[in-house]
Design a protein around this ligand. Structure first.
Ligand code: SAM
Ligand code: DTB
Ligand code: SF4
Length: 321
């Protein structure tokens, strides 16, 4: 099945299912051991997000505040100008972020003045000495090359969930569309940032399927964001019950074991998590977070509460080194 997108060397589905069934503390212990073999366990990669074009998205992702299909859609904002993005990136750098991630509510990149403006933003943010990341929807290899030439380091494009659950989340594009964009991004020599969301009403098996797929891409993503659903009132998934914190820890731990060299980001949903649960995720191998008061359209823990947490846990943001 889908042989072009898998390699023979990755883990089997059965092996991933088995990891998910382990007693939690055994799993966390193994993940922590793997983590310490490959990473400096006290350092934390810190990315800051900015929504550069908000709302009005033609896709119908059931979790998203920016889809034009849902009542829960946030107010629309056109593509920002380059200067205000550079200002925001300077503030992010001053706050200790080491990577600046720009997100646009587009179905796909279209060549033209707006894409040229995004290329200018990438050049400007890179010139500040920050790592750069964008998430712009589907992209072809030629566009990805232009982004790389402008100084882009990472392209974020999530698989969101396992293939079997994908149709319950979005119907305006397919899993194979997502995989094709990831191929284009890789083909252009960009690093991939690719992960998913837990708490979309999926089974543990579908979560295993997502992590199996990520670990079986031709190259494991360099960065793997694990988001917990931030429920948005008025969206199809706005009323789903919150996922138990141990399932988030489990997903982080399995990601760490399956993709030992990748950076695993404890992404959306941290504001709703207890500090102790976040601490267990860091122990289980999460070594990246989003910093700053806002994600794209929803709140994130405040910089002061994060600073207090880093202090309690002995973690150092990369940007402060
Ligand atoms: N439109 C582009 C796309 O879909 O690729 C980029 C922006 S989109 C907001 C980026 C990712 O954020 C999604 O793929 C999803 O994994 C995550 N995300 C969006 N809304 C979320 C929510 N309410 N809770 C958790 N994660 C969310
Ligand atoms: C990712 O995996 N999570 C980020 C980023 N990639 C673009 C987005 C999280 C969005 C959370 C909901 C919001 O703020 O709209
Ligand atoms: Fe659009 Fe991305 Fe939101 Fe889906 S997740 S509706 S593609 S902005």
């Amino acid at each position: 099945m889908h042989a072009t997108n898998t390699t023979a060397s990755g883990p089997s589905r059965a092996a991933v299912d088995e990891l998910f069934q382990r007693p939690l503390l055994d799993l966390v212990h193994e993940a922590a051991s793997v983590h310490r073999l490959h990473h400096e366990p006290r350092s934390l990669q810190c990315s800051q997000l900015l929504s550069i074009k908000t709302g009005g998205c033609p896709e119908n992702c059931g979790y998203c505040s920016q889809s034009a299909h849902h009542n829960g859609e946030v107010p629309r904002e056109p593509l920002l100008d380059e200067a205000s993005v550079i200002d925001a990136a300077k503030r992010a750098r001053a706050g200790g972020a080491d990577r600046f991630c720009m997100g646009a509510a587009w179905r796909q990149v279209r060549d033209g003045a707006e894409f040229d403006r995004v290329l200018g933003m990438v050049r400007g943010v890179k010139a500040l000495g920050l790592e750069t990341c964008v998430t712009l929807g589907m992209v072809n290899e030629q566009q990805a090359r232009r982004l790389a030439d402008a100084g882009l380091d990472y392209y974020n494009h999530n698989l969101d969930t396992g293939r079997s659950h994908y149709g319950a989340v979005v119907s305006t594009r397919t899993y194979d569309d997502r995989l094709a964009t990831l191929d284009a991004v890789r083909g252009a020599g960009l690093k991939t940032c690719c992960g998913g969301i837990v708490g979309l009403g999926e089974t543990r098996a579908a979560r295993a399927e997502l992590l199996w797929q990520l670990a079986n891409l031709p190259e494991a993503p360099t960065s793997v964001p694990i988001n917990a659903l931030v429920p948005i009132p008025g969206t199809p998934m706005g009323n789903l019950p919150p996922i138990d914190w141990t399932e988030i820890v489990r997903a982080v731990a399995v990601a760490r074991i399956l993709m030992p060299r990748s950076v695993v980001r404890l992404s959306a949903g941290r504001k709703e998590m207890h500090e102790a649960a976040q601490a267990m995720c860091f122990l289980a191998g999460a070594n990246s977070i989003f910093v700053g008061d806002e994600l794209l359209t929803t709140p994130n823990p405040s910089p002061s509460s994060d600073a207090a947490l880093f202090d309690k846990l002995g973690l150092s943001p990369l940007g402060s080194a």
